[in-house]
Design a protein around this ligand. Structure first.
Ligand code: APR
Ligand code: PHB
Length: 389
């Protein structure tokens, strides 16, 4: 039987970042990922990093590319009634965000793990957890047709929403909270310059739209779509025409269109599993919670979980076990605040299929109040740049 101090299940951003930080603390961790590196890098996700996430990536020693290619943003635009209103994050909070794609960050982390020679198994099939409720957890898996078994002190469940770790916990020990929204986001990635140097969040009666970016030459756009929509039914031309219809005329006129590199539809969901620790099994990132992408919080919440878990495990191996006891409560306190913000921004900006005129007026009144009130704008901005951890 093999041996490791920690087995990390899942090689997305959560698992990779945790692995890097644990290596800095001298903790020996093996990472098991079900898919190939190429598959993991093929998933396009959000690209807005809070300052605390940026700081953590620097602490992990993987910040070189992010610091040279990432774009610091001091604000974004909220658009409704055909007008753009700037939210000056820096003036309101003294902080800013960094636009840097999750795919790039994942690639940097994979590269660093490989350079450091840390034990990693891609295409690990049939991962199963045992003994996590006692003192001697074990993880089994199959690789290249051979069964392996690792005995460990702790298991870090970083295996995303569909992973095996949360699913291994008996239903009576876990409470699930969920809200499914009646629409999705159709995303398009293209090598065209962004329509604006900052992000634009658009509320429109045809549906929400978002203009985002990956660099000065690569754009990421989103359209609210129906859950019945299929990506095959959206030609690039149809996408660009719909984007132009939801933008103010001046922005639509300067929209640079081009062939898509990727197009996909994602449903919107809020989800939290409580607690986030079961004996010697910890959940982190999407394995424990999902936010709708409207507030760009998914990756940042994964980062704060990982920071708390790293601190807890680091303290444990230095003789202080109290961090482990507190991990779940600490993480969930921040998770619920980000869930609230993501839900709030989602319901503020989207067109709901059965929304009556009253709900529509409420959204409008809230947006008008927001842009006229420094207090309300500051509340938005401090959540957007990220609550401290
Ligand atoms: N065994 C091994 N690996 C698994 C298993 C399994 N049974 N099940 C899932 N995985 C792997 C997936 O293949 C994936 O690479 O776990 C990884 C989980 O990665 P993510 O889904 O990216 O989750 P996480 O690392 O927590 O990242 C959170 O990513 O999904 C976005 O919005 C989210 O930005 C947030 C961030
Ligand atoms: C993205 O760039 O993909 C992105 C940015 C901001 C969001 C969501 C997604 O709120």
């Amino acid at each position: 039987m093999e041996r490791a101090q920690v087995v990390i299940v899942g090689g997305g951003p959560s698992g990779l970042l945790l692995g890097q930080l644990l290596a800095r603390s001298g903790v020996d961790a093996v990472l098991l990922e079900r898919h190939t590196p190429e598959y993991v890098l093929g998933r396009i996700r959000a690209g807005v990093l809070e300052q605390t996430t940026v700081d953590l990536v620097r602490q992990a020693g993987v910040a070189d590319h992010m610091d040279s290619a990432g774009l610091p943003h001091d604000g974004f635009d909220l658009c409704f009634d055909g007008q753009r209103h700037r939210v000056d994050l820096h003036a309101l909070t003294g902080r800013r965000v960094m636009v840097y794609g999750q795919t790039d960050l994942t690639r940097d982390l994979m590269h660093a793990r490989q350079q450091a020679g840390l034990r990693t198994v891609y295409e690990a099939e049939d991962v199963a957890l045992e003994g996590w409720d006692g003192t001697q957890p074990r993880v089994t898996y199959v690789h290249a047709g051979q069964r392996h078994e690792i005995s460990c002190d702790f298991i870090a469940g970083c295996d995303g929403f569909h992973g095996v770790c949360r699913a291994s916990v008996p239903t009576e020990r876990i409470k699930l909270h969920e809200k499914v929204y009646p629409f999705g986001w159709l995303g398009l990635l293209a090598d065209v310059p962004p329509v604006s140097h900052e992000l634009i969040y658009v509320r429109h009666e045809r549906g929400f739209a978002l203009c985002s970016q990956r660099s000065r030459t690569r754009s990421r756009y989103y359209l609210q779509c129906s859950l019945q929509d299929r990506v095959e039914n959206w030609s690039d031309d149809a996408f660009w025409a719909e984007m132009a219809a939801r933008l103010p005329a001046a922005s639509a006129a300067s929209l640079v269109t081009g062939p898509s590199l990727e197009k996909s539809i994602a449903p919107l969901r809020s989800f939290v599993a409580e607690p986030m620790r079961f004996g010697r099994l910890f959940l982190a990132g999407d394995a424990a919670h999902i936010v709708p992408p409207t507030g760009a919080k998914g990756l940042n919440l994964a980062a704060s979980d990982v920071a708390y878990l790293w601190e807890a495990l680091d303290a444990h191996y230095r003789g202080d076990g109290s961090g482990i006891e507190h991990y779940s409560a600490r993480a969930l306190s921040r998770v619920w605040k980000a869930e609230r913000f993501s839900w709030w921004m989602t319901q503020l900006m989207h067109h709901f299929p059965d929304q009556g005129s009253f709900a529509e007026r409420m959204q409008h009144a809230e947006l008008e109040y927001l842009i006229g009130s420094p207090a309300a704008l500051t509340a938005l901005a401090e959540n957007y740049v990220g609550l401290p951890f």
